[in-house]
Design a protein. Structure first.
Length: 145
């Protein structure tokens, strides 16, 4: 049986680091996408068994590079999230546009699974840009995948 490759966005966060450890112990190869490969390497290099972790740097959402990574994968997991915006419309980009694009590509390339981690209680928080962007991302994923 071919070893499954998991494409992981948000690998340097608390959940991502622990997930890498668990997945590599269960013989999954992880392709961890990060904005800063040097910082990620420092954080992640001890989390996986040797040969089970590949770090890929992606500073912007380059569609061609993301497609190439998705084609190599069986499963895509999106854990990316931010708590505050540094730039205008960053919540929309990170919480809504990116998940929608990832789920569309996961469906297009027939991935076995697309897993997206959102946030608890966002349905009730109608006055928060954070919650509204997370909720919009969830809705867009359900339409695509």
């Amino acid at each position: 049986m071919k070893q499954k490759e998991i494409l992981l966005f948000g690998a340097t966060g608390q959940i991502g680091r622990n997930l890498i450890r668990k997945l590599s112990k269960n013989n999954y190869k992880i392709i961890a996408v990060t904005r800063n490969i040097h910082r990620a390497g420092y954080i992640l290099k001890t989390q996986a068994n040797p040969g089970y972790l590949e770090l890929v740097e992606l500073k912007s959402f380059n569609l061609n590079k993301i497609e190439a990574l998705i084609k190599r994968s069986s499963i895509c997991i999106n854990l990316i999230g931010i708590l505050y915006e540094k730039r205008k419309d960053e919540f929309k980009l990170i919480h809504s546009d990116l998940p929608a694009m990832l789920s569309k590509k996961a469906d297009e390339f027939n991935l076995e699974k697309f897993i997206h981690l959102s946030a608890l209680g966002i349905e009730e928080a109608k006055d928060s840009k954070y919650a509204l962007s997370k909720l919009d991302g969830e809705k867009r994923i359900k339409k695509k995948f």
